[in-house]
Design a protein around this ligand. Structure first.
Ligand SMILES: [Zn+2]
Length: 214
């Protein structure tokens, strides 16, 4: 059961806070919430593409394309969000995946302010949280799944940012008890046509197959 989490898509979530870490400790790196904070935005609105498309609409389209490929390949799929709005914050999305799915893949495009497409990468687990449970027991799985997804994208000819990963202390990985990764599939300047999303979804499918030895 693959948990497919179309990032964002919750109205009102940016005015609500949830704990960064289950034990209430402070966030170790910056991201959409600064390092040192103990509470983070429950779920943010996401960025806007250069052509005006919302990140949440593109992540949903990507989730639908990936879902169809996974189902055709024989996987079961948990769609964390299958409409334009779902009232689930990042902790809730993660806990649902923990309870129901075998892995959790959230789909995002980076809001980095750049004026060129820097390519795809996954968010790896920073050293500062590797001793904290449940991260301590699962971070090697998170990073292995992320690396496998990036390998799959690379094999499809997708542009990869740097070494393919960036380490950020995320709510998602802090609460995950299954292999769990935030995939950043580009940024505001990335092409997000169905044709491109299809190629990226094919890459993710190959990465999932490789992770599970299929
Ligand atoms: Zn995002």
């Amino acid at each position: 059961m693959i948990g497919v989490n179309a990032g964002h898509g919750t109205s009102g979530g940016s005015s609500v806070k949830t704990l960064c870490h289950p034990d209430g400790s402070a966030k170790t790196t910056g991201g959409s919430t600064a390092a040192g904070a103990t509470k983070a935005t429950a779920v943010s609105g996401g960025m806007t593409f250069a052509d005006g498309a919302s990140e949440s609409s593109v992540t949903l389209r990507m989730a639908q394309i990936l879902r169809d490929k996974l189902l055709a390949a024989g996987y079961d799929v948990l769609m964390v969000r299958d409409g334009s709005d779902v009232q689930l914050d990042n902790v809730a999305r993660t806990v649902i995946c923990n309870n129901v799915a075998d892995c959790h893949i959230s789909l995002h495009w980076d809001g980095d302010g750049l004026n060129y497409d820097k390519g795809s990468f996954y968010i790896s687990v920073p050293d500062g949280v590797k001793g904290m449970e449940p991260v301590a027991s699962h971070w090697t799985q998170h990073n292995a799944l992320g690396a496998s997804l990036v390998d799959g994208l690379r094999a499809q000819g997708c542009k990869i940012n740097g070494g393919g990963s960036m380490s950020i202390d995320l709510t998602q990985t802090s609460y995950s008890t299954i292999p769990s990764v935030d995939m950043e599939l580009g940024n505001a300047c990335s092409n997000h046509s169905d044709e491109t999303l299809n190629i990226q979804a094919e890459g993710l499918l190959h990465g999932i197959n490789a992770y599970y030895g299929r």
